[in-house]
Design a protein around this ligand. Structure first.
Ligand code: DGL
Length: 273
């Protein structure tokens, strides 16, 4: 059985890339709902419906475990799927997200107890980071900044050009205007690691920037060690399947930059409806 990895589009590839580094032996199916991306500005109900369709498809194709490698889907759909849908779909399977593992480590990085979250408007609106971080670290204060222009910059390949400076600078300034003692920021959208060179350019030196890929991969590794029953169901033939709901040729071409050109990608088209 596979590990399924889901994102609205390409962003989850930054997570898959780290899974392949930390856990290369397993078989993976990646599903990008490119035809309906972005999710970041969509309603709870829409993101939930789309994500549920994707999870069902990944189960149907043989995933024992599905990782929602999308913060927006993790924020808006994960809990309902875990509590309401999974018991009826198949209680032996699991769906996990990216917010909890990220929240778990944040307290280790901050000294001032003030952390910043850059995310899509959907993730910010859900307040999931604030809630998850405060469950684990009640004294840490969380400041959020919605960055609606960052995903389009990445998707349109403008993220490293001069034009991107304006929006990177703008959202960093808005976050730091909320609290000047922020000493740690988390890139709480799986697209944002591609903006890292620009973010580092405008973020004051000394503020730590956390990308989720390695954190989520380490967390999955720990999870599989703690759950040998799940681990034993996962096959280890090194298979990688890529699926998109839009044009496979476009997916293969655009996907390259999300995996640093180190993974070969030949996707197939599927429909979720
Ligand atoms: N990659 C998604 C996330 O982590 C955002 C992209 C989108 O808006 O669809 O939230």
């Amino acid at each position: 059985m596979y590990i399924g990895v889901f994102d609205s589009g390409y962003g989850g590839l930054t997570i898959l890339k780290e899974f392949l580094r930390y856990l290369p032996e397993y078989d993976y199916i990646y599903l990008g709902d490119n035809a309906r991306a972005p999710y970041g500005t969509r309603s709870f109900e829409t993101v939930y419906q789309y994500t549920l369709q994707a999870v069902k498809k990944l189960f149907e194709l043989g995933s024992q475990l599905v990782i929602l490698a999308c913060n927006t889907a993790s924020a808006k759909a994960l809990r309902t799927i875990q509590q309401k849908d999974l018991p009826r779909l198949d209680p032996q399977r699991r769906v996990l997200g990216v917010i909890r593992p990220s929240a778990e480590v944040i307290g280790r990085y901050t000294s001032t107890g003030k952390v910043g979250v850059f995310a899509t408007p959907g993730t910010v609106g859900s307040r999931s980071y604030e809630l998850e971080i405060n469950k684990l670290y009640p004294d840490v204060e969380v400041f959020q900044q919605a960055c609606p222009m960052w995903v389009p910059l990445v998707e349109n390949d403008e993220h490293l050009d001069d034009g991107a400076d304006y929006f990177v600078h703008k959202y960093i300034d808005s976050l730091l205007a909320q609290e000047e003692e922020i000493d740690t920021v988390i890139l709480a959208c799986t697209h944002y690691p591609l903006l890292l060179p620009k973010i580092k350019k405008f973020l004051p030196a000394g503020i730590k920037v956390i990308s989720q890929g390695p954190i989520v991969a380490q967390s999955l590794k720990d999870y599989l060690t703690r759950h040998p029953q799940m681990d034993s169901k996962l096959s280890r033939l090194g298979k990688r399947i890529f699926l998109t709901t839009d044009i496979p040729e476009d997916f293969d071409q655009k996907a390259k930059k999300f995996v640093d050109n180190i993974i070969e990608i030949h996707s197939q088209k599927i429909s979720l409806i």
